[in-house]
Write a protein that binds this ligand. Structure first.
Ligand SMILES: Cc1cc2nc3c(=O)[nH]c(=O)nc-3n(C[C@H](O)[C@H](O)[C@H](O)COP(=O)(O)OP(=O)(O)OC[C@H]3O[C@@H](n4cnc5c(N)ncnc54)[C@H](O)[C@@H]3O)c2cc1C
Length: 522
């Protein structure tokens, strides 16, 4: 019998396991479907893409996207201690302060920017030191990159040349502008949620962590959640709980588990023969993600990251944790507005000083560089549904990318900005031929077709158990599942609207706040 069972040891689950077991009288069980993060590729920043489609990746595919030439898009998700924070690109971004004020304005008390900032600061160990916006002494290390490729410096100068403001801190007073990303790294290594929050407390006797434990359903008596069923080593097991089950399975698996347990849209559950425990039509709905497209150029000088991995680089990494292997690949970026009267940037750029096509699966020989643009606040949204009542069958993921025309138009504008940036003088000594989309792709129609045929996710699905008060809300502002006692969701799925930036730091903030809410309600 545990006080709390946490499902999923990802970005959110690791935070909650740590914070709830600070009280030695509280007993917590953390269940994770994946295994430990021992392999060296988890820790070497530049190696992240080697984990794609490995045993540590749920490696989902979306449904065919009718607005993307019927392609199915690959969605990596970490299946390992640390979850997606163990395979992500380590960019530390909180989003725009207006994102949280918007959450608050939707009726979610306690979630305005000024109310969530203390949780971002609490989580953080900012290597630059404390300030109004940054914390020190928190579990999650936030660092400047130890290595920056010369092409990334060229990118930042080119951005300034075309009129973007230089921004030395995207998480400071102003998000807009161009600059280098900070990363969740410690001493040149990835600092995942597992490294930051879980490993340091594994010796707590009140915390039990079980990896390779795949939760198959929640056990609910009438409308009270009393435990979970899971499979480990092929054996069905159960755990019972005194206080609460906390679902931290992420934006795909949290709604999947709710629906497998009879909590979700009644019509959908009926069609699959799953007995309805609570009719919550919003479970799995309101799926939003950042879709991205990019330009790729040859580089006329042999200075890209393609030459990383020499004996010297390996030694530099092994001995000093320095050099190109500490690069997170997407070293620099920008937040820009397509229209000057927008209140917050609607596009995010990411510069990669090497060829980067199709998540790194398409290999191009030689030296190049890539510049991606992601649409921060898409109007399109989709959903996650079950294919069957089998907990081991992946759910159907329908993001409905570019379902609204405005989204495609914004990406076309983004492509034009990327091209203009690469045409800046700073790139003159380095710019070779345009590989993607290629000089022949100029008209709006041609750019649109290029987006349909090559755009990809930048890995930020949210919203499928959204917080709120409307009929589609799944959890309330204290993250309690509506109509079911003893059950909360605390992960990226609760976001009532996608934030304008990367989603790891926001998810960690959500979990930090959830820990306080849970303790206050105990
Ligand atoms: C390739 C990639 C790159 C990214 N890059 C960045 C970046 O640079 N910066 C950034 O801020 N964000 C980035 N993100 C996004 C960010 O990492 C995620 O938004 C964040 O980690 C989500 O946290 P979560 O806790 O909601 O889910 P996750 O971290 O995915 O955790 C969910 C956990 O639950 C486990 N689980 C699921 N189902 C079950 C089950 N049935 N039983 C037991 N356990 C289960 C999973 O295995 C996983 O460990 C990236 C993501 C990916 C995939």
């Amino acid at each position: 019998m545990y006080d709390y069972v946490i499902i999923g040891a990802g970005s959110a689950g690791c935070v909650l396991a740590n914070r709830l077991t600070e009280d030695p009288t509280i007993r917590v069980l953390l269940l994770e479907a994946g295994g430990p993060d021992k392999q060296k590729e988890f820790h070497i920043p530049a190696a992240f893409s080697t984990l794609f489609k490995s045993q540590h990746d749920w490696a989902y595919d979306t449904e065919e996207q009718s607005h993307l030439n019927h392609r199915k898009l690959y969605w990596p998700r970490g299946k390992v201690l640390g979850g997606s924070s163990s395979i992500n690109i380590m960019i530390y971004i909180r989003g725009n302060r207006r994102d949280y004020d918007h959450w608050h304005d939707l009726g979610n008390e306690g979630w305005s920017f000024s109310e969530v900032l203390p949780y971002f600061r609490k989580a953080e160990n900012q290597e630059r030191g404390a300030s109004e916006y940054h914390g020190v002494g928190g579990p999650l290390n936030v660092a400047d990159l130890r290595y920056i490729n010369p092409l990334s410096r060229v990118f930042v100068e080119a951005g300034v040349e075309i009129g973007l403001s230089r921004n030395v801190d995207f998480n400071g007073p102003e998000q807009e502008g161009v600059g280098f990303y900070q990363v969740t790294q410690k001493r040149g290594q990835r600092h995942s949620a597992a490294g930051a929050y879980l490993r340091p407390v594994l010796n707590r006797t009140n915390l039990t962590v079980l990896s390779h434990a795949h939760v198959t359903r929640l056990i609910v008596e009438k409308t009270r959640s009393v435990g979970v069923a899971y499979v480990r080593d092929g054996q069905p097991q159960q755990a019972t709980v005194n206080r609460e089950v906390i679902l931290c399975g992420g934006a795909i698996n949290s709604p999947q588990l709710l629906m497998l347990s009879g909590i979700g849209p009644a019509d959908h559950l009926h069609t699959l023969g799953i007995p309805v425990v609570m009719d919550l039509p919003g479970v799995g709905q309101d799926l939003q993600d950042h879709l991205a497209i990019g330009v790729v150029y040859d580089c006329t000088q042999p200075i890209s990251l393609a030459s990383a991995g020499t004996v010297g680089d390996i030694l530099s990494y092994l001995l000093f944790k320095k050099g190109p292997l500490t690069s997170n690949i997407a070293e620099a970026g920008a937040f820009i507005k397509t229209q000057s009267d927008l209140l917050a940037p609607d596009l995010q750029l990411g510069f990669v000083p090497v060829y980067f096509v199709d998540h790194g699966f398409t290999r191009l020989k030689g030296h190049g560089f890539s510049l991606g643009v992601a649409l921060l606040r898409p109007q399109s949204s989709g959903h996650i549904t079950l294919r069957s009542g089998d907990p081991f069958e992946p759910p159907a993921i329908q993001p409905n990318y570019l379902g609204r025309e405005a989204d495609g138009q914004a990406l076309i504008e983004g492509l034009k900005i990327c091209r203009r940036l690469v045409q800046a003088k700073s790139f003159d000594p380095f710019r070779g031929a345009e590989r993607y989309p290629g000089p022949q792709v100029q008209s709006e129609d041609a750019l649109s077709e290029y987006i349909r045929s090559l755009s990809q996710t930048v890995y930020h699905p949210v919203g499928t158990c959204k917080m709120g008060h409307d009929a589609m809300a799944v959890v309330d502002a204290r993250l309690r599942v509506r109509g079911v006692t003893g059950l909360r969701v605390a992960d990226a799925s609760i976001m009532p609207a996608l934030v304008g930036g990367n989603t790891n730091a926001p998810t960690i903030m959500i979990a930090e706040k959830a820990a306080d809410l849970i303790r206050a309600d105990a």
